[in-house]
Write a protein that binds this ligand. Structure first.
Ligand code: SPD
Length: 357
């Protein structure tokens, strides 16, 4: 009996770790993009439900993929729509139980139907935040370096002569190969998914040629640098650019004349989840219109909740750039999922772009 007691004592710390900080098992592990939640929402969720959230962030799709294949368990992750077909095909996601998601009725039907193209029946993913990729431009700084008014064009980044003129005030591109290659090929009058691998490789050479003009390739550092006036032109996800304007910098976000791409980021339950029951509660909580509005107000990304609009301040709702107007929407298309043979070429050239060979 004494021996059994001693064994139980020995096992207790291991059990406590396996069952979460409070030793109750009542916790979930959430893996989200950086700067992509209102911290208040996490606090309120914990207070209202008694479920503790262990929250981790990533800033590239590659980091997300590494985490999802690491053997660690996550109850919630936030992949973009164009990665869903691969995650579903590889059995990396659990189907959602709609009976536990009463707040699904608030979701934007148009977004759901767009998503159905990559997640038939919307079985695996709930749209969370979405938006456009564009240029974040600190106009006074950029015009001074450029030597005059700027074109509303991706040429600011992709034309080597133009980007060289801007290099002194700081330019950057996202560490996001699908976005960057889609935009570059679109600028060249092509389409990433319909290009031959050799054409994509040539686009990689163009990127390599631009590298000396770039301060860096990064998807997180640029947020603070734009907000502090240390970058004048950046390829940006909309909310990150609007955050710089919010911080008082003369930064505008624009979708260039050639058009751009849209992403839809989604709440999913990875197959590694230990507490799919609690993960459903988290998703349902976030789908409350008021909560979705709070997240948009904090992150400056449009959300996937049609009923949240009435909870957004009018100033925010009508802020140019946040919800694209009709004319801008016409120039935006959703990122397309890459066929396998393209992904191999993409990964190879992106590695060489980042690491120089
Ligand atoms: N600050 C992080 C913003 C994340 C935006 N979504 C990224 C989509 C990648 N395809």
């Amino acid at each position: 009996m004494l021996r059994l007691f001693a064994l139980l004592l020995l096992l207790t710390p291991a059990l406590a770790i396996a069952q979460g900080p409070e030793g109750t098992g009542n916790f979930i592990r959430v893996l989200n993009w950086n700067d992509y939640i209102a911290p208040q929402v996490l606090k309120d969720f914990e207070k209202d439900t008694g479920i503790h959230v262990e929250y981790r962030t990533f800033s590239t799709t590659e980091e997300l993929n590494t985490a999802l294949t690491s053997g660690e368990s996550f109850d919630i992750a936030v992949p973009s729509h164009n990665d869903l077909p691969r995650l579903i095909k590889n059995g990396q996601l659990q189907p959602l139980d709609f009976s536990r998601l009463g707040n699904r009725t608030h979701l934007d039907i148009q977004l759901l139907s767009k998503l159905a193209a990559v997640d038939p029946g919307n079985r695996y993913a709930v749209p969370y935040l979405w938006g456009a990729v564009g240029l974040a431009i600190n106009t006074p700084q950029a015009e001074a370096a450029f030597g005059g008014p700027l074109p509303d064009s991706w040429s600011l980044l992709f034309d080597a002569e133009q980007s060289a003129r801007l290099a002194s005030c700081g330019i950057s591109v996202l560490d996001a190969p699908d976005e960057t290659l889609s935009l570059l090929l679109n600028y060249q009058g092509r389409s990433l998914v319909r290009s031959a691998p050799s054409r994509i490789e040539r686009a990689g050479n163009v990127l390599d040629g631009l590298k000396p003009n770039l301060r860096y390739v990064d998807s997180e550092r640029y947020i603070e640098d734009l907000a502090n006036g240390r970058l004048c032109v950046a390829m940006a996800w909309v909310g990150d650019a609007l955050a710089a304007a919010d911080a008082g910098q003369p930064v505008r976000f624009l979708v260039p004349d050639e058009g751009s791409v849209l992403f839809i980021d989604n709440l999913v339950i990875p197959s590694s989840a230990r507490r799919a029951d609690l993960a459903h509660r988290f998703i349902d909580y976030v789908m409350q219109p008021k909560v979705a509005a709070l997240i948009t107000a904090e992150t400056l990304y449009p959300n996937g909740n049609a009923d949240s609009h009435e909870f957004l301040d009018a100033a925010l709702r009508d802020q140019p750039g946040l919800y694209p107007d009709l004319e801008t929407k016409r120039r935006l298309h959703a990122l397309e999922a890459l066929p396998e043979k393209h992904s191999v070429v993409r990964d190879k050239l992106w590695d060489s772009f980042l690491n120089g060979g």
